[in-house]
Unconditional design. Structure first.
Length: 332
């Protein structure tokens, strides 16, 4: 600032002070009220009698502590032994009372029930109407499963949500949901991007507390090289690998699958083989009781939170007996 400007400020400053004092005496201060019909502070002071506050320190106003943040409910995942139902009419002839009775006699805690696919849509409402109230009354959890092809991911998500939100006339709903995410060999448009898009979209639609289990192929060394396990499982609460040993030792396959997938930090629920291996190109014959037992015991020893078997319609009486004799994996 120049010396000339400083001198002008010093000259006019006293005049500005005098003008301010005069205006204050002629026109009292007035703050317009921002709310119609409510007196401004000066008006209120002029019309409302006041009482002088006693001298002394002023206490801070009382405050109400903010409520604690809401706790998210942990997904209610199953434990113990389960079985997969593909075609209801081939599971005890579709008799839901017989299905529940056999499940209880075998010591099952949960059933996976197919609800639809990209080809068939959501079609399971009539069977769910019959099964869910009886199963829930018998203490069984029912998890819906679906086969998405990822050719229309939006439709795959909408179909899953339709199954998850479906409510029977008795008010019963599914206890969880598990998409069977297969490989390109089965016709699925599988890629890391598609898998992530599906998982994120489904989780966003059902919320953080709804139990979602990703069903995936067994993570053999060869499958690890071409299956995007990270992206497939990212939005899910648990992982269910299909451990169909066919002609390899079931205990080794179960241990390898559980150990590999446990690194993702999610509970693992191996699915065992309860069908004739020749259907997958292996030697003919169904698994022995010893093989069933080895699969279950090894899964439990390596920290699995539950096991299940594919599938109800393929299992022989001997396999049902072996499953009944096995441990309650993940319980306790």
């Amino acid at each position: 600032m120049s010396r000339h400007h400083q001198q002008r400020i010093l000259l006019f400053a006293p005049l500005a002070i005098v003008a301010t004092l005069v205006l204050a005496w002629v026109v009292p201060p007035r703050s317009p009220s921002p709310w119609p019909g409510v007196a401004a502070p000066a008006e209120a002071a002029a019309t409302t009698p006041t009482t002088a506050a006693p001298a002394g320190p002023t206490e801070p106003p009382a405050t109400t502590p903010a409520p604690p943040p809401a706790q998210l409910q942990a997904p209610a995942l199953p434990t113990g032994k389960g079985m997969w139902i593909w075609m209801p009419d081939q599971a005890e002839g579709g008799d839901v009372n017989a299905i529940v009775a056999r499940a209880q006699a075998t010591g099952l805690t949960h059933l996976y029930v197919r609800t639809g696919s990209s080809v068939d849509g959501f079609y399971a409402a009539p069977f769910l109407d019959a099964l869910l109230p009886v199963a829930h009354a018998g203490g069984l959890k029912i998890i819906g499963w679906d086969f998405p092809y990822f050719s229309d991911i939006g439709a795959d998500i909408s179909r899953a949500v339709a199954a998850i939100s479906y409510t029977t006339p008795t008010g019963d709903r599914l206890d969880g949901f598990s998409p069977d995410i297969e490989t390109r060999f089965e016709g699925v448009w599988l890629s890391p991007e598609n898998a992530l898009l599906y998982g994120v979209g489904l989780r966003g639609a059902v919320g953080p507390s709804y139990p979602l289990i990703a069903t995936v192929p067994r993570p053999s060394p060869a499958r690890q090289a071409d299956y995007p396990y990270t992206e497939v499982t990212a939005s899910f609460d648990a992982i269910a690998p299909m451990v169909y040993w066919i002609d390899t030792p079931p205990d080794e396959d179960a241990a390898q699958a559980v150990d590999f997938l446990a690194a993702f930090g999610k509970p693992v629920y191996p699915i065992g083989q309860a069908y004739d291996g020749s259907l997958d190109g292996g030697p003919p014959g169904t698994p022995t009781g010893d093989e069933i037992g080895a699969f279950m015991n090894t899964s439990a020893a390596h920290g699995a939170k539950g096991v299940s078997f594919w599938s109800w319609q393929h299992a022989s009486d001997a396999m049902w007996s072996a499953i009944a004799s096995g441990p309650a994996v993940g319980v306790g």
